[in-house]
Design a protein around this ligand. Structure first.
Ligand code: GLN
Length: 200
């Protein structure tokens, strides 16, 4: 099988933490800042940060259309701000990739209680790991996935049913930050999606 190469959008936010997580897994990874950096990558991670800033920089760097074209056929995973950027609807005016049929609510947990950590059930992770324990999820001024439409499906919710992870074919969105924990199961799940795309 072709050795995979993962791109990490490195305009703003927690891209170094994603690079480090991939390096711990022994996966080749490169930062993506300009359109030609997408040429040799098999999957792309969009980190958390500030979705308006990431969107504006993507426009300034001439990346918006290239990222859209990439994500139409190749795997993309957005964490937190990255999930917002992937969505079709953030309920505000800001540059979006509009690739996933999800509606997000930015800063859904408010500002005062901006950050929290909680254990969530993420059943799909059993496809890549025998570890059945809940996933310890870190939320930092996080969005919620308010609804999933068309082909998008819910992968994980908070105990009260609010959606925090979704997948639509080769696209993955998580409202939390797996790159800030030692638990590599969500990264491995995304690599599994990339592997499937390479085999197809
Ligand atoms: N609040 C940020 C936004 O709306 C997302 C926060 C994050 O990525 N940790 O873009």
């Amino acid at each position: 099988m072709k050795k995979m190469n993962i791109g990490v959008l490195a305009l703003q936010g927690s891209f170094s933490e994603h690079m480090a997580a991939l390096s711990r897994l022994g996966v080749r990874a490169q930062k993506v800042r300009l359109p030609h950096h997408l040429a040799n990558v098999d999957g792309l991670i969009i980190p958390g940060g500030e979705s308006t800033t990431i969107g504006k920089l993507a426009v300034d760097f001439g990346l918006l259309d290239e990222l859209k074209a990439f994500g139409r056929s190749q795997p993309v995973w957005g964490t937190c701000a990255g999930a917002i950027f992937l969505s079709k609807d953030a309920q505000r005016q800001q540059p979006l990739l509009s690739l996933m049929d999800i509606t997000v609510e930015r800063n859904a947990f408010g500002r005062q209680i901006a950050s929290f950590e909680t254990d969530i059930d993420f059943p799909a992770l059993s496809r890549v790991s025998a570890n059945q324990t809940p996933f310890h999820a870190i939320f930092i001024r996080a969005p919620l996935i308010e609804s999933v439409e068309k082909g998008a499906e819910v992968l994980a919710t908070l105990p009260d049913g609010r959606i925090v992870a979704a997948q639509q074919d080769h696209l993955l969105a998580t409202a939390f930050h797996p790159e800030l924990t030692e638990d590599d199961r969500v990264h491995r799940y995304f690599l599994f999606m990339v592997e499937k795309a390479l085999e197809a």
